[in-house]
Design a protein around this ligand. Structure first.
Ligand code: TYM
Length: 346
């Protein structure tokens, strides 16, 4: 992935292992695909050990309808598999099946400080003005996330830009635990936020992140959208009246144009400069159909495969159970060792 971990002396003893998670709390969108799933598949195909989790315990920090949570978890599993995550190569499971996540999170609740949590922008955004009415789980969310990662001694965590602060907190928790107990037990995990699509923006507003919570469905491409819907949303995406520049510098003040070019680059596995070398000088009336065609070519087979897999819920559940067994085999000894370090009798 990167050799950054090699530069961290305290990480030298840890075998490279990738961990990442996605919440099963509604429709997967293009931001999740380009910022996470596609990169998860790339990491898997580099031959590194990869562990991917559907974080259902994170999802319930805000209200989830139980039937809908079950459906979303299965649909997310289908999304992982359809995006190229092979359950034989990667460990794929849902968080609540591996109790060690919640157990380590409790230890970390006692390591992390209130002030650290209060500074989290996602907490402030999600709790809004009425923090007193937010769940305790929402406040402690980043501590559970640190547990997800450190329970596997993960060295690398591919995520989108919006998770950067949580990963810094994970490093703070690992560092404080190691210092408090005088050990070198938890790695100082490297966030991996690379590529052109670590912050895919709304199709309606280049200043806003593409998000499942945006009330406008036209603002995002859902992984379950059919070919016509994908093409229509791209045709209607906000752009501007100028021709595309031939260098990335020319996109600096053009948020919507930059977003559409970034999306094209990520989907085509090209650099922004290479894309602009091809499309520089074109108007959006010409570029948008190219983007729509590429998006349909890449996404339509994924959404078709998700729909097919969703016909076989039992198979999905079996994959998640088998993944949880493999995850537990790594997690249980690390939790036990943590308990030993903390001074708990077993
Ligand atoms: P979540 O479920 O909100 O998002 C899953 C992944 O998708 C990325 N992402 C985006 N990337 C680019 N552009 C966007 N518009 C966009 N929107 C979402 C996110 O950055 C993320 O990588 N807290 C995490 C889940 C989590 C986790 C973990 C991640 C729990 N434990 C341990 C890594 C490691 C979250 O809510 O992601």
């Amino acid at each position: 992935m990167t050799d950054a971990a090699a530069t961290q002396p305290s990480n030298a003893a840890f075998t490279p292992r990738v961990f990442s998670g996605i919440q099963p709390s509604g429709d997967l969108h293009l931001g999740n695909y380009l910022g996470a799933l596609k990169r998860f598949a790339d990491a898997q195909n580099q031959g590194i050990e990869t562990v991917y989790c559907m974080v259902d315990q994170h999802a319930i920090t805000v209200w989830q309808d139980p039937a809908e949570l079950r459906r979303s978890t299965r649909e997310l599993a289908a999304g992982f598999i359809a995006s190229g995550i092979d359950p034989a190569k990667s460990i794929l499971f849902n968080q609540s099946q591996v109790a060690e996540h919640a157990q380590l999170a409790w230890v970390f609740n006692c390591v992390a400080r209130m002030g650290w949590m209060q500074r989290m922008t996602q907490w402030k955004d999600k709790a809004g003005k009425n923090q007193q009415n937010a769940s305790l789980g929402l406040f402690a969310y980043p501590s559970l996330m640190a547990a997800d990662i450190l329970l596997y001694h993960a060295t690398h965590v591919p995520v989108g830009e919006d998770q950067k602060q949580h990963l810094e907190l994970t490093r703070d928790i690992a560092t404080k635990f190691n210092n408090d107990f005088g050990v070198d037990f938890f790695p100082i995990t490297e966030p991996v936020i690379t590529g052109t699509a670590t912050r895919v923006m709304s199709l309606r507003d280049g200043a806003k992140k593409m998000s499942k919570s945006d009330p406008s469905d036209a603002s995002r491409i859902n992984m379950t959208d059919d070919a016509d819907t994908i093409a229509k949303k791209i045709r209607k995406a906000k752009s501007d009246a100028d021709a595309l520049p031939s260098e990335a510098k020319g996109l600096e003040e053009r948020a919507e144009a930059r977003n559409l070019v970034n999306i094209y680059a990520a989907m085509a596995d090209m650099s922004v400069d290479a894309v602009l070398a091809e499309v520089g000088g074109k108007q959006f009336s010409e570029f948008k159909p190219m983007l729509a065609e590429l998006a349909v070519e890449k996404l339509a087979p994924i959404s078709a495969e998700m729909a097919r897999l969703m016909q076989h819920e039992d198979e999905i559940d079996a994959i998640l159970r088998a993944g949880a067994d493999r995850a537990r085999a790594i997690a249980a000894p690390i939790l036990q060792k943590t308990y030993d370090i903390v001074g708990m009798i077993r």
